[in-house]
Design a protein around this ligand. Structure first.
Ligand SMILES: O=P(O)(O)OC[C@H]1O[C@H](OP(=O)(O)O)[C@H](O)[C@@H]1O
Ligand SMILES: Nc1ccnc(=O)[nH]1
Length: 513
């Protein structure tokens, strides 16, 4: 054990930086962990070690921002720093890698160490990869969900029922939450909606809402705002509601994967923690969606319902069309513009309106606000009368955004490229993953003006030379990358169109002797 003086490193990362001489004295190497002890406050914080020869002299150690959130130190404080044992959770991750089943304590240990920033990014990735490859059974998913709830805060509302909705994602352009939340809140139900940022897509609901208002709030603020406006749309990652969730999603995002067990737990932990009584879950089904067949969708729906049952939440699932994008817009500002235009009274795009009203209608029926079969009408009346728009403005205002915003205020990036139809014909295929990939190349979701506008959808007729879709970007180099990606992936197929041309020198028959 050595005594070291602290230096706060204002970098949003976890762990500590030790001079190599101090690290040797303590007996740790890069990648090991130390325990930082502050006797006067009874604090014992574990942290991941990085060493330096030059940046910090012996006697001084650096504390990254995330670790300091726990230590609450300032420059010049003195701590005892000693070797910490390898966390037991690593053995449990290894167990999952070996395809063995984890029990409740083992799962809790993994989740606690993720939340406490004790596991390294590599170790968390290994847990996700092992679960992705070997799967989690219903008991393990229950343990994971419970641990995710218990390692965070829960909301407590003065009155019930609390309604909620969630989409498993996987279909581009799925901006329905921006319509459903104000409709449900305007219908008199409380809906404290927490969303993730993009996981496999080009814009998660938290990314979209951020174009209208701040989305980072504490749990107490989420509860207060919901009591006031009836609903909110916030980023779950900023609250302390199921904090493990976004720490896991962070490592799923680069792979564009959503491990099934993690997905069920991620969605349901948030619903349990906000105190939801009834939840509707959107399961998009399509060739390139997270769920590819209706059978698989029904199986997942049963799993959501069973998981809800284990925690006393009533869950209904809607299998929805996930073969092509929802609406015509993909990417943050484009999607928000499309959603706002519907709230403002546009009856286009029909599919977006239909899907949003159907899901909101299910919630009204589940809550007994509408008779069976009448939920859709109730949702439609709220949308058409402008009550949903007023409620959305209230939600934007309560979250600190500009409630005078109009759909036309949401701007696309200044660089754009139109892809035209090479032939007359019908649009016969739209590849979701390729569209997402192009939108991400163009800068989505980080650059809010980046994305894709689809002029035509699957099944529509198009004439040669007419635009099929336009790519938007905020930076020229990003647009160029997106165009290259589009040339390679060909996300939209028009019948009769040449898919590829293979030159004659691609293959030569052997020469005759
Ligand atoms: O990026 P992919 O995997 O498509 O989906 C992620 C999105 O799906 C869910 O949507 P919602 O919060 O129910 O609207 C998540 O919260 C997130 O915003
Ligand atoms: N894994 C997830 C899928 C969709 N939404 C979430 O919040 N989490």
């Amino acid at each position: 054990m050595v005594k070291l003086e602290s230096r706060i490193l204002d970098i949003d990362y976890q762990g500590v930086v030790l001079n190599i001489e101090d690290a040797r004295k303590i007996g740790v190497l890069d990648g090991d962990r130390v325990q930082i002890v502050r006797g006067d406050k009874g604090l014992f914080v574990q942290a991941f070690v990085v060493t330096t020869k030059t940046i910090l002299p012996p006697g001084i150690f650096g504390i990254y921002h995330k670790t300091n959130e726990r230590l609450n130190s300032k420059d010049g404080d003195t701590f005892e720093v000693r070797h910490a044992d390898r966390p037991g959770s690593i053995n449990f991750i290894k167990k999952k890698m070996d395809n063995e089943k984890l029990n409740a304590e083992e799962m809790k240990a993994i989740v606690t160490d993720i939340v406490d920033d004790i596991l390294s990014p590599g170790e968390i990735s290994a847990f996700i990869a092992a679960s992705y490859i070997n799967g989690l059974d219903m008991d393990e998913i229950e343990y994971l969900t419970r641990s995710m709830v218990q390692t965070g805060e829960s909301l407590d509302f003065s009155s019930h029922p609390i309604a909620d909705k969630h989409s498993i994602g996987g279909v581009p352009g799925n901006k329905i939450t921006l319509l459903i939340v104000p409709i449900i809140a305007a219908g008199g139900l409380k809906i404290p909606k927490t969303s993730s940022r993009a996981i496999t897509g080009a814009g998660g609901t938290a990314d979209l809402m951020e174009a209208l208002a701040p989305v980072e709030f504490s749990s107490t603020e989420v509860a207060r705002m919901t009591e006031k406006a009836g609903g909110v749309i916030v980023w779950g990652g900023a609250t302390n509601i199921a904090p493990a969730d976004d720490k896991i999603i962070l490592y799923e995002y680069p792979f564009k994967i959503d491990a099934r067990g993690q997905m069920l737990a991620s969605v349901m932990a948030k619903k349990i923690a906000v105190g939801a009584d009834l939840v509707v879950i959107d399961i998009p089904v399509g060739n390139e969606a997270k769920v590819t067949t209706p059978e698989e969708g029904r199986k997942l729906a049963r799993e959501f319902i069973e998981l809800g049952d284990r925690f006393g939440i009533r869950v209904e699932c809607a299998l929805t069309y996930g073969e092509s994008p929802v609406g015509h817009c993909i990417g943050v500002n484009l999607e928000v513009r499309e959603a706002l235009s519907v709230l403002e009274g546009s009856d286009f795009p029909h599919s977006l309106i239909q899907k949003s009203l159907t899901l909101a209608g299910i919630v009204f029926e589940m809550a007994g606000k509408a008779q069976s079969g009448k939920g859709f009408e109730m949702a439609e009346e709220i949308l058409k009368s402008g009550k949903a728009l007023s409620k959305m403005k209230e939600i934007i205002a309560v979250q600190g955004g500009n409630s005078d915003v109009k759909s036309g205020d949401l701007k696309t990036g200044e660089f754009s490229f139109e892809v035209n139809a090479p032939e007359d014909g019908y649009v016969i295929d739209m590849k979701n993953k390729a569209l997402i990939s192009i939108a991400r190349m163009a800068g989505a979701p980080h650059d809010k003006g980046a994305g894709i506008y689809l002029h035509k959808k699957r099944g529509q007729r198009i004439e040669k030379g007419e635009p099929i879709y336009t790519i938007y970007a905020e930076r020229e180099w990003r647009l160029e990358k997106a165009i290259q990606e589009a040339r390679q992936l060909m996300p939209v197929l028009v019948e009769g169109m040449l898919i590829d041309r293979v030159p004659s020198d691609y293959w030569r028959p052997p020469m005759k002797q």
